[in-house]
Design a binder for this molecule. Sequence first.
Ligand SMILES: CC(C)(COP(=O)(O)OP(=O)(O)OC[C@H]1O[C@@H](n2cnc3c(N)ncnc32)[C@H](O)[C@@H]1OP(=O)(O)O)[C@@H](O)C(=O)NCCC(=O)NCCS
Length: 124
Amino acid sequence: MCGIRKTVFIHEQHVPVALEWDTSDVNCLHVLATDLAKRPIGTARLLQDGYIGRMAVLKEWRRMGVGKSLLQRLLIEAKKQQMRKVIIHAQSHAVGFYIGFGFQIVGKEFIDANILHIKMTLQL
Ligand SMILES: CC(C)(COP(=O)(O)OP(=O)(O)OC[C@H]1O[C@@H](n2cnc3c(N)ncnc32)[C@H](O)[C@@H]1OP(=O)(O)O)[C@@H](O)C(=O)NCCC(=O)NCCS
């Protein structure tokens, strides 16, 4: 999980190290996708307040359904925990990915870690 986030967010997207790791990592639910050799290729997390985040798939594995599997798994968990909605601060380039799941845009774009984001929610 840490290796993927380091590769994708810190190296590829230049997110400052200090912003990548936070205390939420300790008590949230992490999901990890692996290849057939059990090497990690994607990760995401669900916070107890319904925020989904840190969705990351290694570049060479994108557009193959890995992100979809990760998000589907988190939505199942959110429903199990009887959450009524989930929220994401989506990177603007990935809005279409979340719209495919029925997420709706809330509010206006903002910048976080030098990257354009927008809040999106999905009622469960
Ligand atoms: C965003 C990300 C997690 C998507 O993962 P992925 O494994 O490539 O996504 P999938 O292959 O499962 O795609 C699922 C669907 O979303 C679509 N999709 C994927 N990325 C998309 C994008 N950036 N914009 C619009 N649609 C997208 C796919 O075409 C696919 O559609 P389909 O079901 O109709 O075929 C991945 O691109 C990534 O890790 N990016 C870098 C990190 C990042 O920006 N994370 C997002 C933080 S909010």
